[in-house]
Design a protein. Structure first.
Length: 266
């Protein structure tokens, strides 16, 4: 201290916090305003160093209170609360949305791309992570890695549950199982070219293999058109003139048989 110049002592007096306990956010705002007013053009390395230390210490305490920077143990204990708060604040959001957003925030910390801006009255906002030391994020990064792993595991559990719920058979009077319904959709998305012969073969072969319940041709085609939206109006009108599907023998071909076997025959 005795070796400091008058200019350095004066700068230090301005930068040092008041003796009474101060709020980290308020103190960060104070020294950022001071930076904009005078330190921004400062050439003295000592004053700049003191300013950077002030930013780093106050920013570190400030970030610890933010949910993105919670230590892993505290985050794990309070994860359900954070999810509920997120859903309350975001209409139509769910836990998967929270997980995606939180993982993104942790990735920013891991990549050291996280930015924090302080509004300074009368000046442009000041991005303060530019002033922190190289190892500033290291402690946070260790926790971020654990939180990402925890959330990715949770997401796997949620997706598995969603799959179990969504893999139902919406047409139980037609398809014998949800698996057959899914394979039916796969087949129609890949192999329907000639609507009449392709659907004729598909329906008759499914019935022949007992993978589909017996249903009248007209009802089957009505469901394809009205409910499943798989055929266009012009094709449906054309079918209504024919008024029945072709038989399995007449609609069969080597290509259709191979396509069917590849999807439906395990």
């Amino acid at each position: 201290m005795d070796n400091l110049s008058y200019h350095q002592k004066r700068g230090l007096d301005k930068l040092l916090p008041p003796l009474e306990k101060t709020d980290s956010f308020e103190e960060l705002n104070r020294i950022c305003k001071l930076y904009r007013e005078s330190i921004e053009k400062e050439q003295d390395p000592y004053i700049i160093q003191v300013f950077k230390k002030g930013v780093e210490s106050n920013l570190h305490r400030l970030l610890q209170s933010k949910s993105e920077f919670y230590n892993f143990g505290y985050f794990e204990d309070n994860c359900k609360v954070l999810v509920n708060d997120f859903i309350t604040e975001n209409i139509d959001a769910d836990e998967c949305d929270f997980i995606e957003e939180y993982i993104n925030s942790q990735q920013e910390i891991k990549d050291k791309t996280f930015k924090y801006f302080i509004k300074v009255e009368g000046y442009e906002p000041l991005e303060v992570t530019q002033f922190v030391s190289k190892g500033f994020f290291d402690d946070f990064i260790r926790g971020s890695k654990k939180k990402i792993e925890f959330l990715e595991n949770r997401l796997c559990v949620l997706n598995a549950s969603i799959s179990e719920v969504t893999e139902v058979n919406p047409y139980p009077l037609i398809f014998t199982s949800a698996n057959i319904y899914l394979k039916f959709n796969e087949y129609t998305s890949k192999h329907i070219i000639d609507y009449y012969l392709d659907y004729s073969y598909l329906k008759k072969r499914l019935e022949h293999n007992n993978l589909m319940h017996r249903v009248k041709d007209n009802e089957f085609m009505r469901i394809l058109f009205e409910d499943m939206k798989l055929i266009k109006l012009q094709y449906y009108n054309d079918y209504r003139i024919k008024n029945k599907l072709s038989s399995l023998d007449k609609s069969s071909s080597s290509n259709r048989e191979n396509n069917f076997n590849n999807i439906f025959i395990d």
